[in-house]
Design a protein around this ligand. Structure first.
Ligand code: ATP
Ligand code: MG
Length: 239
């Protein structure tokens, strides 16, 4: 399978704090990866590096075999969905999608509207196109953010705790939407503390601890793996 993302010995630090300590990783087309680990282990930093938002101090990152050196070099190819949705509050739901289609992909308003409408229908929000974000539930806002990410036709979507600000019912709704994307063959990395729901839909799990990978394998091997660090992690979380 073709490689979408490749990391070679990536190092990232903030001043003297080493956060990512030599990570190598190959993400193939169609993989659904859960990225898990304790708070502060470097999960967000790692996905931000992949997205080109963070400058790295060592190693290489490739997207579709092209070396990444900034956000602009991955724009469009790598989609990102954040914990806090990052919608524009003063735009309607549909314009949150139409505007980037217009500004980033240069798609004319009429066509952009059609694309946005069909994506809103995909995430079951066809009836909310003219609402403002603050008139939606958290789960609905997150589904708009997912539709917006899809509108860029990315090769991979990175989710950074897409459900952590939602109550269980709304988290479930968002996971249902993510599951639908799994069925459509998207390549995804999902950073989450909702381990059970994430493992259910993943083809691969990566466990990060203090900036290094201690497990990288199949979901059904995750709970029985003989890593002391992983055991400690699993003992300290509620599943
Ligand atoms: N912009 C920054 N400046 C300085 N230090 C940072 C910055 N961003 C993250 N860090 C530090 O890097 C480490 C890893 O943070 P990161 O946000 O990647 O963790 P995480 O695994 O995503 O945690 P959580 O599960 O709480 O979201 C932490 O020690 C954090 O304080
Ligand atoms: Mg984080």
């Amino acid at each position: 399978m073709e490689s979408i993302i490749k990391l070679e010995n990536v190092h990232k630090s903030y001043d003297k704090l080493d956060v990512i300590k030599g990570i190598s990783l190959d993400i193939k087309k169609g993989e659904i990866i859960s990225l898990v680990g304790a708070s502060g282990s470097g999960k967000s930093t790692l996905v931000r590096c992949i997205n080109g938002i963070e400058k790295i101090q060592g190693g290489n990152i490739y997207v579709n075999n092209e070396k990444v050196n900034s956000h602009s070099s991955v724009a469009g190819k790598v989609g990102m969905v954040f914990q806090n949705f990052n919608l524009f509050p003063h735009y309607t739901v549909i314009n949150n999608i139409v505007n980037p289609l217009d500004n980033v992909r240069g798609i004319k308003k009429d066509k952009a509207k059609k694309i946005a409408k069909s994506l809103l229908e995909k995430v079951k929000l066809g009836d909310k196109a003219n609402y403002y974000p603050n008139e939606l539930s958290g789960g609905q806002k997150q589904r708009v953010a997912i539709a917006r990410a899809l509108s860029m036709e990315p090769d991979i979507i990175l989710f950074d705790e897409p459900t952590s600000s939602l109550d269980p019912q709304l988290s479930f709704e968002v996971f249902k939407t993510i599951k639908q994307l799994v069925e459509e063959g998207y390549t995804m990395v999902i950073v989450t503390h909702e381990i059970k729901m994430a493992l259910d839909i993943s083809t691969r799990v990566i466990f990060l601890d203090k900036g290094k990978i201690y497990f990288d394998g199949k979901p059904d091997e995750f709970y029985t793996h003989e890593s002391e660090r992983l055991k400690d992690f699993l003992e300290n979380i509620i599943i």
